[in-house]
Ligand binder design. Structure first.
Ligand code: P1T
Length: 385
């Protein structure tokens, strides 16, 4: 009853099959939702490897094997949200440690570092990691981690992963990459030297806007061991049902991303040619300052883009006038979402920091879904009219 994954299976085959086997007791092709809190032991000290569901759950374990293979890592640990995954990664730090962080990260990541972890004598430097020399300059004797988001949310700045991996490893520290915006179909940071890759599975991995979750893929045994320990010790695990939903999502990751790439490019090109749009940031546009790096580091350019309409009032009007697109936070689902980062996803970032990274009041972000791109362009045409 085994599904034998060829040793050199390609990406979409890995997405569908990796980590999964038909259920041994029934032959069910899909891993069941093991909705249980505990496992009955045969006698004292004798069990089937499962004791308590915070520690082990077969549905979650299947998802973890699947995404570890998709990212090209050794093992993965799934958490209750993307933020819980980042919390688990940073739990390996000790008081006095220093972390270098991409200056333009997701607002929630900044809030966790700035408002929570800084209470535990951890220090964070927010650096434009698209400039490797600034990363090098920010290194201190107590620096333990480089936390990079690429492309960044929402201004889509890129970091050269191979280059910063070299710098991090030269200083004997870990490189962690938040790969949420790209998805592993578009970018696989471990191939470029990242030690850990995290995702908000809420986004492209699940892909259907019906689950919140997070995952960390690691390559080093000590990291893998710590993340498993923290899953059990701190307990912010992904539920069996959510694990099943994400597992269902990864089966179509490759086909969904192919369409996100096509639609992202089409919408970006439309906006770039629109007279009311001042600028568009999308890695697939030749005008993107790091288009060459994007071509080297990414396979396709994804479905996320931002554009500037000059004033807050114009941004407000676009957000309110769209009909097919929905005004909402989040991203990576099959349906197109539009948002105003300054007042929504990045409201927790102080205005002066937002200004420094080009996150203006007139910036609008779109998570381009997989509807017919002509319908998306029609919707933007009427919203911008
Ligand atoms: O929402 P959660 O699953 O906890 O994931 C947090 C997170 C981490 N990293 C990145 C790059 C993210 O974009 C997010 C969540 N972002 C949004 C909700 C948003 O609309 O941008």
């Amino acid at each position: 009853m085994r599904v034998k994954l060829p040793a050199h299976a390609r990406f979409s085959t890995i997405c569908i099959h990796a980590g999964q086997e038909p259920d041994p007791s029934t032959g069910a092709i899909i891993t069941p939702i093991f909705q249980t809190s505990t496992y009955v032991q045969e006698e004292l000290g004798k069990h089937k490897g499962y004791e308590y569901a915070r520690t082990q759950n077969p549905t979650r374990a299947t998802l973890e094997r699947n995404i570890a293979a998709i990212e090209g890592g050794k093992a993965a640990s799934a958490f209750a949200s993307g933020m819980a995954a980042i919390g688990a990664i940073t739990s390996s730090l000790k008081s006095g440690d220093h972390v270098i962080v991409t200056d333009n990260t997701y607002g929630g990541t900044f809030r966790l570092f700035d408002k929570v972890l800084s209470r535990y004598q951890l220090a964070f430097s927010y650096v434009d990691t698209s400039q490797p020399e600034l990363v090098e300059r920010a290194m201190r004797p107590e620096t333990r981690m480089l936390f990079v988001e690429t492309p960044t949310n929402p201004v889509l700045r890129l970091t050269d992963i191979a280059r910063v991996a070299e710098i991090a490893h030269g200083h004997g520290i870990r490189l962690v990459v938040d790969n949420t915006f790209a998805s592993p179909c578009v970018q696989r940071p471990i191939e470029f030297g990242a030690d850990m890759v995290m995702h908000s599975t809420t986004k492209y991995l699940n892909g259907h806007s019906d689950s919140v979750g997070g995952i960390v893929v690691a390559v080093r045994d000590d990291d893998i061991e710590w993340l498993k320990f923290v899953q059990n010790a701190a307990g912010a695990i992904l539920s069996p049902f959510d694990s099943w939903l994400v597992l269902r999502g990864t089966k179509t990751l490759a086909v969904r991303m192919a369409q996100h790439n096509i639609n992202g490019q089409a919408v970006a090109e439309f906006l770039a040619s629109h007279p009311k749009v001042k600028s568009v940031v999308y890695p697939g546009l030749p005008a993107h300052p790091q288009h060459e790096l994007a071509k080297r580091q990414m396979r396709g350019f994804g479905g996320m883009l931002s554009f500037d309409v000059g004033t807050f009032e114009a941004a407000r009007q676009v957000c309110n006038r769209v009909r097919l697109m929905s005004l909402a936070e989040s991203l990576g689902g099959v349906e197109t979402l539009i948002c105003h980062p300054a007042s929504m996803t990045h409201a927790s970032v102080p205005p002066e920091r937002r200004a420094a990274i080009g996150l203006t009041e007139s910036l609008v972000r779109i998570s381009v879904g997989i509807e017919d791109p002509a319908d998306l362009i029609d919707d933007l045409t009427q919203a911008l009219a």
